[in-house]
Design a protein around this ligand. Structure first.
Ligand SMILES: NC(=O)c1ccc[n+]([C@@H]2O[C@H](COP(=O)([O-])OP(=O)(O)OC[C@H]3O[C@@H](n4cnc5c(N)ncnc54)[C@H](O)[C@@H]3O)[C@@H](O)[C@H]2O)c1
Length: 302
């Protein structure tokens, strides 16, 4: 069945290039009215240029779609509210938010400056907060919302030279894990994509031939499905790139539970390390309180 976004409004941050552009165009093709946000700076977060967002709006209009540009920075608290206001003032509603805007400041940790750290956190994690903080009351009021956050394999698995970026991208998982719970009652689903694509950002680390082959359009299908009304999942992390899609998940192993009544020492942990660290029978968790519940249950069993 065709996934349609007729009658829906989507806000895509950082949609003036790369992955965000591919999401915005696919959504518009499927009938969504799109707020194309982009500050238009360089890959390192320097400068501003309105032409990035405007070009994508023009492209969407040329193909018969409907879109409006927004040039605010996601790192600016009022900017997040302006983006949502643009959606409401122009189209009267907001159904979808894709937090995609991003920059890189790669450098080995021993050379990382405070500015490298702060700028990356401002765009990725604060930049998701500002937009979602503004969209959240709209979603709650209409009992509907679809969100996709953007993490990275660097955040999930780690990558040399990206302490700032990896930490900010892992923070997306924390944000998702809380919002999936706060949104559940209001039919607001929050999922996360870990993309791989040839873009301006990856041009700084990939050979051109690879950049050319890894089209952002090969990532878009997973993101577009996750923000559709048909997708009922929340709290998933999907890795997508080069036409491949898979779920990444944090799991907890069964461990060992001597419990409160039988406290152990470091030597006992050393002796039992293989069992403590075993992932045989490991399971994903839905919320943090589950850990405490399991601990207290293990005490009751002891
Ligand atoms: N390309 C990949 O392989 C890859 C891998 C993992 C994660 N990501 C993430 O995917 C997202 C998109 O990246 P991309 O590869 O398409 O890069 P890109 O540079 O092509 O696009 C990012 C866009 O975000 C915009 N932007 C930057 N700071 C902004 C701000 N403060 N406010 C508004 N817009 C801003 C930029 O102007 C740019 O157009 C990023 O969050 C990135 O970290 C990309």
């Amino acid at each position: 069945m065709t996934l349609s976004f007729e009658g829906q409004v989507a806000l895509v941050t950082g949609a003036g290039a790369g992955l965000g552009r591919a999401y915005a165009i696919d959504l518009a093709r499927r009938g969504a009215k799109v707020v194309v946000n982009d500050l238009g700076g360089d890959p390192f977060g320097v400068g501003e240029n309105r032409s990035a967002a405007q070009k994508v709006v023009d492209e969407i209009k040329e193909m018969g779609g409907d879109a409006v540009a927004n040039y605010n920075s996601v790192a600016d608290y009022d900017g997040g509210f302006n983006m949502v206001k643009t959606a409401i003032d122009t189209y009267g509603r907001l159904d979808v938010v894709i937090c995609n805007a991003g920059i890189l400041r790669d450098v080995a940790f021993h050379n990382m400056s405070e500015d490298d750290w702060d700028k990356v956190f401002a765009v990725h994690i604060k930049g998701s907060f500002t937009v979602l903080r503004a969209a959240w009351p709209v979603f709650r009021q209409q009992s509907y919302g679809r969100v996709v956050l953007t993490t990275s394999s660097s955040g999930i698995w780690g990558q040399f030279g990206q302490a700032n970026y990896g930490a900010a991208k892992t923070a997306m998982l924390g944000l998702m894990n809380v919002l999936k719970q706060e949104g559940a009652k209001y039919n607001v689903n929050v999922n996360t994509v870990a993309p791989v694509a040839g873009t301006r950002l990856t041009q700084t680390v990939m050979p051109q031939e690879m950049v050319d082959r890894l089209k952002p359009e090969l990532v878009a299908p997973a993101v577009v499905y996750m923000v559709s009304k048909e997708c009922q999942d929340s709290g998933l992390v999907i890795e997508a790139g080069a036409g491949n899609f898979s779920r990444a998940v944090m799991v907890k192993g069964p461990g060992v539970q001597p419990g409160i009544e039988d406290p152990k020492d470091a030597e006992w942990c050393q002796a039992n390390w293989d069992q403590i660290t075993s992932l045989e029978g490991a399971q994903p968790m839905w919320r943090s309180g589950q850990t405490l519940k399991d601990y207290l249950a293990s005490k009751a069993k002891a």
